[in-house]
Design a protein around this ligand. Sequence first.
Ligand SMILES: Cc1ncc(COP(=O)(O)OP(=O)(O)O)c(N)n1
Ligand SMILES: Cc1ncsc1CCOP(=O)(O)O
Ligand SMILES: [Mg+2]
Length: 431
Amino acid sequence: MKNIDYTMYYVTDEDLLSSNHTLETSVQDAILGGCTMIQLREKHSSTLDFYNKAIKIKAICDKYNIPLIINDRIDVALAINADGVHLGQDDMPLDIARKIMGDGKIIGISTATLDEALIAQQGGADYVGVGAMYSTNTKTDANLTTINELTKIKNNLKIPVVAIGGINLDTIPALKPAQIDGVAIVSAISMQEDTVSATRKLKNTFLKQYQTKGVIFDIDGTLLETMNIWDNVLLNLMNTLNISYTEDEIQKIWNMGFAELAQFSIKKFKLDMSVKEFWQLIKKLSVEEYKNSKIHLKKGAKKLLEYLKEKGVKLAIATALCKEQYEIVLTKTGIIDYFDIIASSVDLKMEKSDRQIFDYIAKNLQVPNKNLIFFEDDINSSTGAKLAGLKLCIVSNKKYNGNSKFDALIDYKIDDFENKLIYDEIIVEKN
Ligand SMILES: Cc1ncc(COP(=O)(O)OP(=O)(O)O)c(N)n1
Ligand SMILES: Cc1ncsc1CCOP(=O)(O)O
Ligand SMILES: [Mg+2]
């Protein structure tokens, strides 16, 4: 299966746009509002217009790393190197489309019944769009599908299932029994003036139907107020190696992983050491610092852990610290026993920017990815969680400048764990 987050799938229609928008601003704002996938569906465009629009929309999607699917037109999809195509029951047959597009491209198929969906899966579709769920002015010739049929499709398919047709803030809650992978929306996004906030509301309303069954925390800067400790580690590192980073570099360092910092430093200061040796030195200095410093939990962290444990929510850690480091801090703060699994990206040789570590945690916790939420202070380390389809809550950390090309991936933002939003919205208790 390709690494795609189907949660919020915006399907365009330039004719429906609110007057303050162009196709480009509407797509860009939908992405900034958290839309995870775009389909260019322009039924009244000439080939040339469709192609030109596709080029422009592709540039926006590429900027934000959002997949672009082209409706109906395999030729346009290939011409602009889109991520895939969406085909209906009356469009190009799936087997022929696959031959033309190749295995690397996404092919979505419209289905209204379980039989159609099974045929699409069998034929190698990457996902199915199921609907119309509700009658809609956007496509008046679509047959209607019931929630019961949608639920049967989701329960019998291995590939992702998205619902389409009349999906809006009022209809989303009714989709809950099906526990589908995402919603495809035209008018409830394109007709809105404030596309960013409309998309965010739709997405959060949809995400609420996935009860939080597991919570994953990052350690440094998220669960623990340890960033001052890392100031000292950096100081000690500079003293030990007799090097000095500029103020500007120090700002950037907080957004780097250990390996990137090692490569950058070795090159800049022509250090006679390997990345591994550099990492060993950081590890030694940080272990010393962790041992000798007072370590504080982020405000409200202990209360939240207790609350989640009491509710039977599974708890995990995803950290770039190795065992030697995380054992000290989690033990010192008295929280190590709360966690069902502690996954170290260094020890597991996985990257937090890759979905593998989150799939690994989900499998170990036996919790589906959509029922997991990841709390992290560094958005650059959060891309893996989003690729794996997890909810993402960014916990502010003064070291992080909050301006990343990945900002569009954030579902929720909080300053600390005392924020009421966690209990009222992010981890929704009632089911
Ligand atoms: C995600 C998604 N699902 C269904 C459709 C409908 O496709 P189709 O039946 O081919 O109708 P048109 O969109 O081409 O009018 C879709 N586009 N996207
Ligand atoms: C393309 C499509 N396929 C089935 S319904 C539909 C239109 C969905 O539009 P809207 O989200 O405005 O109801
Ligand atoms: Mg079609």
